[in-house]
Write a protein that binds this ligand. Structure first.
Ligand SMILES: Nc1ncnc2c1ncn2[C@@H]1O[C@H](COP(=O)(O)OP(=O)(O)O)[C@@H](O)[C@H]1O
Ligand SMILES: [Mg+2]
Length: 396
């Protein structure tokens, strides 16, 4: 039995028994599990632990004043030329962010988040930001947390250098973009080859077979049937090769533009899948730069294929329109919605299979973005790409 039990307390404590019990319960609730062995000196442990971390760390009190910083913080402050001997200890971090807020959006966001955290409205804030440093441009992740300790309200600020991660991400995005571009070029070449050579040869075969059929009236029944079959097969192959070539790279995209290509895609898709597509195109902003038209066409193709393969919806809607400086493509269905996926709390879908990440990547390469909202009554895929504002020159 330890010294907090009511029985022990009752021998000296003059308070009524019920109040003593309540006080004891409160004390027990605040008691933290033992983290440090009895013979370890806490300050030395704290100091060595904080200093061993690579993140630049400052601990704030509940008013936002810096009460401790680690070695990485001190070294960065020193290298960045901050003359303050205390490396910021004693300064109010919130006030520093607020003073910088007018000049920096990142500082304004941090100040806002810090105020929320100090008020107890949120527990954590993360932000990635670029920063000039003595070693050149770098990226950091700022993390502001309020450790969940009942008695002392502290806030921990941690700036972690993520430059290497960012560089790898950029390299990956560059490489993926290049791969996608090569894939498009390859498809274009195969489509052209199929269309210009194989389809032409098949057409010649159908014409020759027809001539044979017509020019040899008294061949036997077997030969006639064989010729007819050959003709049918050749016509069928011609049709297949044409469809394949158009799917690989629709010639309309280069010649007549995105609107016509989307209408063609929707028609063919409806015929193949039995799903009715309502298409609405207002002021498409054409002529669009070729990479933009290609990316939006591919998004429409993938999104429609997803409607067919995954949604169970019998109808879809495809819309294309431009605002002043954006062109937007929407594909909507009234199907089951995305099920087994990583979803943000608000129903927004973040990251998943190859098709969706491919669409996202294509758009990001052009400075655009993909948003997917999904719920039990359907899915809404929305792709946006910035274009030159109305009235300014369009790069083609
Ligand atoms: N319109 C949709 N309706 C329902 N589920 C969808 C829809 N689009 C995508 N999904 C789900 O998201 C997953 C990932 O899609 P995607 O990245 O295109 O990969 P894939 O189509 O190759 O499976 C699908 O497997 C499916 O479960
Ligand atoms: Mg897919």
């Amino acid at each position: 039995m330890d010294h907090l039990t009511p029985d022990h307390a009752s021998s000296e404590d003059p308070r009524p028994r019920s109040r003593r019990r309540a006080a004891t319960r409160a004390l027990e609730a605040h008691r933290l599990p033992t983290l440090i062995a009895p013979d370890v000196e806490p300050e030395a442990l704290l100091r060595s632990t904080l200093d061993a971390l690579s993140a630049h760390i400052a601990v704030l009190d509940e008013a936002g004043t810096i009460i401790a910083v680690n070695q990485a913080w001190r070294a960065f402050a020193h290298a960045s030329g901050y003359a303050d001997d205390n490396h910021g200890v004693g300064m109010n971090y919130l006030a520093v962010c607020e003073a910088a807020a007018a000049l920096s959006k990142d500082a304004a966001r941090t100040a806002e988040a810090l105020r929320d955290i100090m008020a107890g409205d949120r527990c954590e804030f993360r932000m990635e930001y670029p920063c000039r440093s003595p070693q050149g441009p770098r990226w950091f992740q700022l993390r502001v947390t309020r450790p969940d300790q009942a008695q002392t309200r502290r806030i921990v600020i941690a700036h972690e250098d993520i430059t290497e991660v960012k560089r790898t991400q950029e390299e990956l995005a560059r490489l993926s973009g290049r791969l996608m571009h090569l894939q498009d070029e390859e498809r274009r070449a195969i489509a052209r080859e199929l269309h210009d050579t194989t389809a032409q040869n098949l057409l010649a075969i159908t014409l020759n077979t027809t001539r044979l059929h017509e020019g040899l009236p008294d061949v036997g029944e077997l030969a006639r049937r064989t010729l007819m079959e050959t003709l049918e097969l050749a016509e069928q192959s011609l049709q297949e090769v044409r469809t394949l070539s158009y799917l690989l790279h629709p010639p309309l995209l280069d010649d007549i533009g995105l609107t016509a290509a989307l209408s063609w895609l929707a028609r063919g898709f409806s015929q193949r899948s039995g799903i009715q597509v309502d298409i609405s195109i207002e002021n498409s902003g054409e002529p669009l730069p070729r990479p933009t038209a290609t990316a939006l066409y591919r998004v429409a193709q993938e999104a429609l294929s997803n409607v067919h393969r995954h949604s169970g919806s019998k109808r879809a809607r495809l819309a294309l329109y431009r605002t002043n400086d954006m062109v937007q493509l929407d594909v909507l269905d009234s199907g089951t919605g995305l099920r087994s996926l990583l979803k943000a709390g608000n129903g927004e879908v973040r990251q998943i299979g190859v098709g969706i990440s491919g669409m996202r990547l294509r758009l990001e390469q052009l400075g655009g973005q993909l948003d997917i909202r999904s719920g039990p009554s359907g899915t809404h895929v929305s792709a946006r790409v910035p274009i030159a504002p109305v009235g300014s020159e369009q790069p083609l």
